[in-house]
Each structure stands twice: as C-alpha cells, then as structure tokens.
Design a protein around this ligand. Structure first.
Ligand SMILES: [Zn+2]
Ligand SMILES: [Zn+2]
Length: 143
C-alpha cells in the first residue's frame, strides 16, 4: 500500500507543498506567537516528520523568520501567505491546516490554551501549554 500524497500551497500558488502518509498530530495552537504572526485568533496545525513534507514548486520563493530557535516560520515571499513552521528541536514540521485544504483535518487537542483569546467548546482536551513529552506541563484546563 502506498501512502497517500496530498498537495497544498500558498495563497498565490507560487509555492506548492505536498504531505505524504500520516501526520504525527493535528490540533489548534492558541499561543501568542502563532496568533501574532498569523494575525488570527487561533492556528490549525498538522505536525509531520520532515521526510513526509516536500516543497514541489517555488522553493526559492520561501522566506523564513525565526524569533526563537524553537520555531522557524516559513512564508511565500510573493504573496506573504504562511506555509509551515519548522520545529528543529522536535524534528517536526507544522504544515498549517489551512494550506492543505484537501487533507481531512482531524484535530485531537488544543495547545497553549492558557494564552487563548477565543474559547472553543468542542470537547477536545485543552492543554495549558504542551504535552509533557514535548516539554510542557501536561496540565489540562477547563474549556
Ligand atoms: Zn504565494
Ligand atoms: Zn503556537
């Protein structure tokens, strides 16, 4: 059985990205950094092993900004649309759910809920920050 490949891309289409197989996790990040950078109240994430993410077009148009070593945020330099965040410490790439609309987005968790500006009552676990295995407290907050 071959793994399914799903294509996505930036707002203008200059940068095209594909993801293959299964993601490691999906959910919503409420942290101040994601909100401020995305100019959005919450960010839908999908985490992948680096070998499952490929830039299939427009690699030369990708810009990268990192405020901290934890998160290298990538965007299209033509349209400014956001693409993904490299997390070198976790060896994972967050491909924003919004740029791979054909992927069935199945969020399992909310992270950094202590920083939220928008409460979401969907019954999913609300982590205060991050799971323990990712360096967080593992604490769960009420919705
Ligand atoms: Zn673009
Ligand atoms: Zn975040």
């Amino acid at each position: 059985m071959t793994d399914k490949t799903i294509n996505g891309g930036c707002f203008c289409g200059e940068v095209q990205i594909s993801v293959t197989g299964r993601s490691e996790a999906m959910g919503y990040c409420h942290c101040e950094s994601c909100r401020s950078w995305a100019a959005a109240p919450v960010n839908g994430f999908t985490l992948w092993k680096p070998e499952k993410v490929k830039v299939t077009k427009g690699a030369e148009s990708i810009g990268t900004f990192h405020k901290t070593e934890r998160s290298h945020r990538q965007f299209c330099r033509i349209c400014g649309g956001h693409l993904m965040t490299m997390h070198p410490g976790w060896n994972l790439i967050d491909v924003y759910a919004a740029i791979i609309p054909d992927l069935a987005f199945q969020p399992q968790v909310h992270v950094h809920y202590a920083e939220k500006v928008m409460a979401i009552h969907d019954g999913l676990p609300k982590m205060k920050d991050l799971p323990k295995e990712m360096g967080g407290s593992g604490d769960i907050l009420p919705e």
